[in-house]
Write a protein that binds this ligand. Sequence first.
Ligand code: AMP
Ligand code: FES
Ligand code: ZN
Length: 298
Amino acid sequence: ALCGPHFVEWVHKQTERFIEKYAMFTRDERVLVAVSGGKDSLALWDILLALGYRADGLYIGLGIDGGLNYSDESHRYVMDFIGKHGGNLTLHTVDVAEIYGASIPEAARLTRRGRDKPCSVCGLSKRHIMNRVARDHGYDVLATGHNLDDEAAVLFGNTLVWSMDYLARQGPVMPPSHPGLARKAKPLFRFYEREMAAYAVVRGIDYMYDECPHAIGATTIRYKELLNQLEVASPGIKLQFVLRFLKARQAHGLFAQVREQLELHTCPTCGQPTTNDGVCSFCRMWERVNARRGERML
Ligand code: AMP
Ligand code: FES
Ligand code: ZN
């Protein structure tokens, strides 16, 4: 119900309020914003810059084509955003194929984990790379563009199967799980997806409109559709679902025991935390991919 300029002002004020309320970060801290080229993460970068935070970007080139030239196009939107901001923003770019030897779809084809869908190989790799770049460049915080629809869908999925580990850890701000790692924050977690789409339009941010071609049929998309139906019948239900979960977890110490019992080790190869007693899943997966690629070349 707001006009363009007032809507932008409202989004900025709300974001600032959430950042403070959940103690995500301060203006003195260095924030690394993971930008995918989609509306949420570009909107997040735009908002943080407008609010005067010290925010740099990180783009991960996954090498996904899917008939859409998906990754190259996404990168183009990120570069376009930087151009529109005068060109002098800092962007870290990591090309997965260049650094690790294979693109995400190639790596997925060579592993059992990703044979049907590359999403799990992709998620594992993105998490690792985000942690690594934030650590190597001394960022205090890693910020992602997850919105309310994302958070509600993930919470819904984790609740359906009572995934205790994830329920213990999911939240708008997570302290570093290991020395040297950055805190993780989701400053947009209370905005609806359509609010972020409206923000991008009003601010003239061009973004990658298509979903990742591999996400088609993904369970989170199904959960989002279900939650949208519930939202039509009971407006506000998504926000209630997420906020009441966070409140109940804090007030009643839910999952505290799970959190305490979660034993993290240090991966001897990369130094990142892992629940494995030994090499982490990321390093193991890439070792296997590169061994298979070696066999194929012989
Ligand atoms: P997704 O996992 O695709 O739902 O994306 C969630 C968040 O992860 C986005 O809002 C971004 O902050 C970040 N992200 C996803 N893909 C990339 C990418 N290729 N490079 C950098 N950040 C990304
Ligand atoms: Fe990773 Fe789709 S974005 S598989
Ligand atoms: Zn490792």
